[in-house]
Design a protein around this ligand. Structure first.
Ligand SMILES: C[S@@+](CC[C@H](N)C(=O)[O-])C[C@H]1O[C@@H](n2cnc3c(N)ncnc32)[C@H](O)[C@@H]1O
Length: 286
């Protein structure tokens, strides 16, 4: 377990994932009833973009920093800026103290939800979990678990609230992660068929991504949305050239919202200005 998200926080893949997370929560917030978020691979919760790890890669410069600058300059198309507003406001709010911080999925989910909502964060890495405890552990809505996220799916679903989101965002440092994602999706759906289930994956090896999409489609779960963004036209097995999300039971508005958002962000987030967004149904939508 060598992966540290602090090297990558706020990069284009994070922006795409967190923009989708924010839209899902905006939808869940429309009903008064409480919901639960299970984040199976939670990370440290909040990241310092001026810290040594982030400064070593500067990945956030091509991600959240480019988006915040465009928003400030008013150059984002208006419909996309409106959809992104809750996410970008939450990012700006973490900087109120003057430090360039970036909220990971736990801090973002907490910022965008209500007092009645509940959160389970699995994080296996001891130091990352200690940071998460420090950053969000005092919030009474939160439980942080020193648990394997894959086991967390079996242990904590369905949630008592019977509505909510399962976010599965593994580090992809060990072989077999695509297969674990498919198995995790199947297990999550079996236990919580009405929940929104969101999986993140890297686009490096196109063959592996194709096989993964086929395996997900083969599960035959209804309403399976695929959202992808390419940041680079040069493909290499070692370089992240894009990232994707599989979302089962997405809010009915999400496909159109993500098209609007990603078509606006693609040129900004792409290394060569030629990003490309793809939003399509792997199995029929609602
Ligand atoms: C990609 S990062 C998570 C980023 C976070 N979801 C976000 O968006 O801010 C993956 C995290 O999973 C943790 N991890 C790795 N294997 C795990 C496992 N089997 N169960 C739970 N956490 C795991 C890593 O320590 C790392 O912090």
């Amino acid at each position: 377990m060598n992966y540290r998200h602090s090297f990558h926080a706020g990069n284009p893949a994070d922006v795409m994932k967190h923009a989708a997370l924010a839209r899902v929560l905006a939808y869940l917030n429309k009903k008064e009833n409480a919901y639960r978020v299970l984040d199976t691979h939670a990370g440290a919760g909040l990241y310092d973009l001026d810290g040594a790890n982030a400064q070593r890669t500067l990945e956030a410069d091509a991600g959240i920093e480019a988006v915040l600058a465009a928003d400030l300059a008013g150059t984002l198309p208006k419909p996309a800026a409106a959809l992104l507003a809750p996410y970008l406001d939450a990012v700006r709010a973490t900087r109120a103290g003057g430090r360039r911080l970036y909220p990971g999925s736990p801090a973002l989910a907490l910022a965008l939800s209500r007092p009645q909502d509940r959160f389970l964060f699995c994080e296996l890495h001891k130091e990352e979990r200690a940071k998460l405890e420090k950053r969000v552990g005092e919030d009474h809505r939160v439980k942080i678990l020193p648990q394997d996220g894959w086991q967390g799916i079996a242990a904590h679903l369905p949630p008592r609230e019977r509505r909510g989101l399962v976010l599965v965002d593994p580090p992809f440092e060990e072989p077999g992660e695509f297969q674990r994602l498919v198995a995790g999706l199947e297990a999550a759906y079996q236990r919580f068929a009405t929940g929104i289930i969101m999986l993140w994956y890297p686009i490096k090896d196109l063959k592996a991504v194709d096989a993964f999409r086929r395996d997900v489609a083969r599960l035959g779960l209804p309403k399976t949305l695929r959202v992808e963004l390419d940041f680079a036209t040069v493909r290499s097995l070692d370089v992240l050239s894009g990232s994707g999300l599989i979302i089962v039971n997405p809010p009915f508005t999400l496909a159109d919202e993500m098209r609007t958002i990603l078509n606006a962000l693609a040129p900004l987030l792409a290394r060569d200005g030629q990003g490309r967004a793809r939003v399509s149904w792997l199995t029929p939508g609602g």
